[in-house]
Design a protein around this ligand. Structure first.
Ligand SMILES: NC(=O)c1ccc[n+]([C@@H]2O[C@H](COP(=O)([O-])OP(=O)(O)OC[C@H]3O[C@@H](n4cnc5c(N)ncnc54)[C@H](O)[C@@H]3O)[C@@H](O)[C@H]2O)c1
Ligand SMILES: *[C@@H]1O[C@H](CO)[C@@H](O)[C@H](O)[C@H]1NC(C)=O
Ligand SMILES: CC(=O)N[C@H]1CO[C@H](CO)[C@@H](O)[C@@H]1O
Length: 292
């Protein structure tokens, strides 16, 4: 069994991970189990939950439990809370609110906005409303990871509901970090911002049947395991913002993109200028020349 220098990833501790049956959540669950942690995987995909439980039980010595639930329903989180209280001593050392969907539609479709907000935003809010006391009650170190997106920071065109949900999640995580720094200083909060990652969202099914074709990871994308490695390093360094690069986009490029976006407001430009024809060239030149 491997050991981490981060006391949260310690044998016997319990991790609760929403969206843990695929992609980034599954990679993190596997890592936690490898450290001997108990892992509770919450997801609404029953087939993947079964596969995840089987696979993760092999990677560690801790307990592995699954909870089939919809993060959009607060009552499902109440049941999860009861399970953790009964089966895991009511203590969470690592709470990961990560479930997310990336559906697309247009301005006329109110149901699309509701669906994305229910999962990506309320999935985080409900998780905090119910499970925060189990995560902050003890004075031993604990961590909360919330999965955002670059789309909630630099706001590219194409999916307003998704971007808005991730911008809201970023704001919530920032407040949580500030509030807990006073009320529960042993709990750290981290905003995980994956870059382009090859996961279920991009057709990488975690448990394909034998003989079924497995999709190749595109060159530019990171694997979920790379994201989780990066997260672990940044958590150990005590960083709140965990902004992952990928094979196409460097950390420096992300910084320049964030600055350019903030400058839309500072300099009185219209929003989303990086993608507007009349600003595209200026944005590109600025990013080629600016020193950060
Ligand atoms: N893949 C990327 O490039 C990328 C980039 C930025 C952010 N993200 C974010 O990373 C997080 C993890 O996504 P992923 O890329 O690993 O995708 P994924 O599809 O592999 O994993 C997401 C998991 O969430 C679960 N889920 C969806 N709706 C749910 C619900 N209502 N209740 C319970 N579980 C539900 C899915 O079943 C799935 O197992 C998401 O929040 C996503 O927005 C991903
Ligand atoms: C999980 O919930 C999401 C969001 O409501 C939905 O799009 C998806 O189809 C659900 N998955 C399953 C397996 O029911
Ligand atoms: C998750 C999601 O919907 N991502 C999309 C957001 O918008 C960008 C830009 O249009 C698309 O490339 C992504 O696929």
């Amino acid at each position: 069994m491997s050991k981490s220098r981060n006391p949260v990833f310690a044998s016997g501790n319990t991790a609760v991970i929403t969206g843990g049956a695929s992609g980034i959540g599954l990679a993190l669950a596997t890592k936690c189990a490898g450290y001997g942690m108990n892992v509770v995987i919450a997801d609404n995909n029953s087939e993947n939950l079964k596969g995840a439980k089987e696979m993760i039980s092999k990677s560690g010595s801790g307990k592995v439990e699954t909870a089939e639930m919809d993060v959009g329903k607060v009552e499902d989180f109440e049941s999860l809370k009861a399970k953790i209280t009964n089966d895991f001593g009511g203590k969470i050392s690592l709470l990961v609110l990560n479930a997310g969907i990336g559906l697309k539609s247009d301005w006329s479709d109110s149901a699309y906005f509701h669906k994305i907000m229910d999962v990506n935003l309320f999935g985080v809010i409900h998780g905090l409303n119910t499970l925060l006391p189990l995560t902050t009650q003890s004075s031993t170190p604990s961590s909360i990871v919330i999965t955002g997106s670059k789309q909630g920071i630099t706001n590219p065109p194409g999916n307003p509901a998704y971007n808005a949900s991730k911008a809201a999640v970023k704001t919530l995580a920032e407040h949580l970090s500030y509030d807990l720094s006073k009320s529960s200083p042993s709990t750290s909060v981290h905003l995980l911002v994956p870059g382009w990652t090859f996961t279920g969202l991009s057709g990488n099914k975690p448990f394909v049947g034998e003989g079924a074709e497995k999709k190749e990871k595109p060159k530019g994308a990171w694997s979920s395991e790379q994201v989780v490695e990066f997260l672990e390093v940044k958590m150990s360094e005590g960083k709140f913002y965990v902004i992952c690069p990928d094979n196409d986009v460097s950390e420096e490029t992300d910084k320049k993109r964030m600055l350019w976006t903030a400058n839309d407001a500072v300099q009185g430009r219209p929003p989303l200028t990086r993608w507007r024809e009349e600003y595209k060239e200026e944005a590109e030149q600025w990013m080629n020349n600016v020193k950060i």
